[in-house]
Ligand binder design. Structure first.
Ligand SMILES: Nc1ncnc2c1ncn2[C@@H]1O[C@H](COP(=O)(O)OP(=O)(O)OP(=O)(O)O)[C@@H](O)[C@H]1O
Length: 259
């Protein structure tokens, strides 16, 4: 479905601070994949998500979506097919607008209907049902401004909004990292459920090894702007924390040795 081929990106190219963020990265995402992306700081995980979303243009390489070259397609023209939830709960929702207004806008996202939206009784009921399923007590607060929600509630809302736009690809960029452990677990449970129910093709970046083990059908390990490991099938499902620590150690040793 999505093919990243030989992607490169160097920030501050030509300057002393230049360092490749993507260095010939290849990744093929199949429809229905739930890929967890891990890697040490600076491995290029966010740059990869930004490149897929169109927020960053690669220096070289190509991105194609269902066979169509989207390498130079601007972010707003990908909005109908790609949804994203960020680490910061303050990004992704409009604070001054109510929950239902945010949800209605999300539903229209990328559909080219401008900013006009109408909240129907049917829409409200649907939003209420979706929020009730989260078990965060948000379903009776549809007319509450988002600014009054907790960080976890905002992330949960961002997720529901992302899924409402029925994206072909969902990008989750450490979306639970800013939450307390209990709320992070709740949001992860909800993430797995939404992704499974809607069969959303998903790429999730995390530093949380437990999440990496318990989530998704593929585990992609990035290092120095490339995919170093792509674990799937039985190997993924039987992965233990010790295996992952070992793999990471090997990657880090390799990095230190410069290979
Ligand atoms: N806008 C930018 N300007 C300059 N350098 C950047 C920019 N964004 C990323 N980089 C650099 O590119 C490299 C990859 O960064 P990136 O944020 O993609 O890594 P990451 O794997 O997401 O790291 P982390 O786990 O710390 O979030 C790093 O060396 C980083 O300093």
């Amino acid at each position: 479905m999505l093919a990243c081929k030989s992607l490169t990106k160097t920030f501050n190219a030509g300057q002393a601070t230049a360092r490749p963020a993507l260095d010939g990265l290849d990744l093929a995402v199949n429809r229905g994949d739930f890929i967890v992306v891990i890697g040490s700081n600076g491995a290029g995980k966010s740059t990869l998500l930004n490149t897929i979303a169109g927020a960053i243009e690669p220096d070289t390489g190509t991105l194609s979506f269902d066979g169509r070259d989207i390498t130079r397609l601007p972010a707003h023209r990908r909005a109908g097919m790609i949804a994203r939830v960020f680490q910061d709960p303050m990004i992704g929702t409009a604070a001054a607008m109510t929950m239902e207004e945010n949800l209605a806008l999300a539903e229209r996202r990328g559909k080219g209907h401008g900013f006009g939206f109408l909240l129907s009784a049917g829409g409200r009921k649907r939003y209420r049902d979706m929020l009730a399923g989260l078990e965060l007590g948000m379903e009776n607060r549809l007319s509450t401004p988002v600014a009054q929600l907790s960080g976890g509630q905002r992330q949960a809302l961002s997720l529901v909004m992302a899924s409402l736009s029925k994206p072909s690809l969902l990008l989750l960029d450490e979306h639970t990292a800013a939450l307390d452990p209990r709320t992070a677990d709740l949001v992860m449970t909800m993430t797995r459920r939404l992704v499974a129910e809607q069969a959303l093709t998903t790429l999730m970046v995390t530093h949380n090894m437990r999440q990496a083990i318990e989530t998704g059908n593929r585990l992609v390990m990035m290092d120095a702007g490339r995919v170093r490991d792509d674990i799937h099938g039985i190997e993924k499902s039987s992965l233990t924390p010790a295996d992952l620590v070992d793999k990471f150690k090997i990657e880090n040793d390799r990095m230190l040795l410069g290979s």
